[in-house]
Design a binder for this molecule. Structure first.
Ligand SMILES: NC(=O)C1=CN([C@@H]2O[C@H](COP(=O)(O)OP(=O)(O)OC[C@H]3O[C@@H](n4cnc5c(N)ncnc54)[C@H](O)[C@@H]3O)[C@@H](O)[C@H]2O)[C@@H](O)CC1
Ligand SMILES: [K+]
Length: 486
């Protein structure tokens, strides 16, 4: 059993591949082995999460996910705990494995009750797994809400019930004041939906057990790439080795966004950072950061530079985009630049032509910006974030960084997309996106492949938030930029 962290390197498999892996594993083992292993693993994690528990409420559903729950109940009963099972299903229609486990729970003396106990020390959600096909209703929906309303921990079996394991979309309505710490023990494969969209909040800390069936020839749907390796700088290096970044943005009233991106690029190790402000009345120097070279955006020669374009650009960014798209050696497009491109077919064609000319581009949309670029709604994007990122990457010939809970990085399709596990709600404050764009710019300026540059910068950006000390002042975008590591 393995705890998944932001440093974990692992492949993620969709439901269809998981089913094939399960079938192959089941065929190679005596009947009922997988479910017995799954139930035992649930019982072990339950004991680790709540070692002093007495009452353990196990809510079991109508399929094999419920079977895992029955099996766990039998194991916990044997170990002196008090499991109480509520079953939302029809015994006669249970799949054979689950029916055998139900019988084992009865034989062990487990209590079956029509309603949840009055209180519990741990709740185990074994209602639905990868077989969920429609929104939860009736008793199952009620039980899930009750679990999440209590302060006792919730352990989800395989997948939090109602969560689409492929996409992270969820039909379960979270309890408004949800208190319960969450754990999820997933079997045979890690699934992408646990790590993006609603998945991260629904699953909490994810644990993985391969049930003794490691190794598969299936193609992964996505990857957890883990922490980037440190890239030590050679002693005999100079600023020219680390590239020039030119931030272009900062229309009147929005200079701060461009300066934040510039600060981030500087602290992330770019050799030189220019800031081309679109505000004609902008100051000639930023006295707080005199290392930033402030210029007129139109005067910058981008042919040897990595441009970071869009931060605080407003509508004025439209006028400079044709030249930026045509001349920048490498490019990060953010915010208003993405909105301008979404509204303009000629700019879209120019963007797509960069890939044909071998010029790397990274785009960093949040879901609404992605929706504008894909001509759909933000809800459509959130319904399948992996697909949306892949579509953006292939339509525009770019590396797409789709921001949000479980940021997705998709490239040209030669490798699966990556899901990033660093970051938290501390980043939900103005300017943090500008900082990310600047960090990606600095990584790109070192000539790293665009996919790797984006992946590393996204990981490091989130890691700053994850390691921000409790009790320290709030993580403002300015503080984030100053922490940007190379
Ligand atoms: N067969 C085995 O030996 C193993 C099974 N495993 C478990 O089996 C699960 C998959 O089992 P299943 O394919 O039976 O799928 P589920 O247990 O997720 O549920 C499928 C059943 O629920 C019904 N259903 C779907 N959505 C519903 C809803 N919203 N309301 C009410 N009923 C709904 C379906 O009609 C079907 O009867 C995995 O997630 C995992 O927990 C794993 O433990 C590996 C071993
Ligand atoms: K479940």
């Amino acid at each position: 059993m393995q705890c998944i962290t932001s440093a974990t390197v692992a492949d993620l498999f969709d439901i269809a591949a998981t089913r094939r892996i399960e079938q192959a594993a089941a065929a190679a083992l005596p009947h009922h082995t997988l479910m017995q292993r799954a139930g035992l693993a649930v019982a072990r994690l339950a004991m680790a999460v709540a070692p002093h528990a007495r009452t353990i409420w196990i809510a079991c559903g109508p399929g094999n996910n419920g079977g895992d729950g029955f099996e766990a109940a039998a194991q916990l009963q044997h170990r002196g705990f008090l499991p109480i099972v509520t079953f939302a299903g029809d015994e006669d229609r249970l799949p054979p494995d689950a029916r055998a486990s139900l019988q084992r729970a009865r034989d062990a003396g487990v209590i079956f009750a029509p309603e949840p106990p009055a209180t519990w020390d741990l709740a185990i959600d074994a209602l639905l797994g990868i077989g969920a096909t429609r929104p939860l209703a009736n008793a199952m929906a009620d039980w899930l809400r009750q679990m999440h309303a209590m302060a006792s921990p919730v352990l989800s079996v395989d997948v939090p019930s109602g969560l689409n394991a492929d996409t992270g979309a969820s039909s379960a309505t979270p309890h408004p004041g949800a208190l319960s710490p969450r754990f999820c023990l997933t079997f045979l494969t890690l699934k992408p939906g646990l790590f993006t969209a609603k998945g991260r909040d629904a699953a909490g800390t994810v644990w993985f057990d391969d049930l003794g069936c490691s190794g598969t020839a299936e193609s992964p749907a996505a990857r957890l790439a883990g922490a980037p390796a440190d890239a030590p700088r050679s002693h005999a290096s100079h600023k020219g080795n680390y590239g020039d970044v030119a931030v272009i943005g900062g229309a009147p009233g929005m200079a701060g966004a461009a300066l934040l991106a510039g600060s981030a690029a500087l602290h992330a190790g770019a050799g030189r950072v220019f800031v081309g402000l679109l505000d004609p009345d902008a100051a000639a120097v930023d006295l707080a950061q005199p290392e930033l070279m402030l210029r007129d955006a139109k005067a910058l020669d981008l042919s040897g530079m990595t441009a970071v374009c869009g931060c605080g650009g407003g509508a004025d960014i439209r006028a400079v985009l044709p030249r930026v798209l045509a001349t920048a050696a490498a490019l990060v497009l953010d915010a208003d630049a993405l909105n301008a491109i979404a509204n303009d077919g000629a700019l879209q064609a120019q963007l797509a032509s960069r890939a044909r000319r071998g010029r790397p581009t990274v785009i960093t949309p949040h879901p609404l910006e992605a929706a504008r670029l894909l001509n759909c709604t933000a809800a459509d994007v959130q319904a399948d974030r992996l697909a949306a990122a892949r579509q953006l990457a292939s339509r525009y010939g770019v590396v797409a960084v789709l921001k949000g809970s479980g940021t997705v990085i998709a490239g040209d399709g030669s490798t699966p997309p990556v899901l990033n596990l660093t970051g938290n709600a501390r980043l939900a404050t103005a300017g943090t996106g500008d900082v990310l764009a600047g960090m990606i710019g600095a990584a790109l300026a070192t000539q790293r492949p665009a996919f790797e540059a984006a992946r590393e910068a996204v990981w490091r950006h989130g890691h700053i938030a994850d390691t921000w000390p409790a009790g320290a002042p709030p993580l403002t975008a300015g503080a984030l930029a100053r922490q940007a590591p190379c």
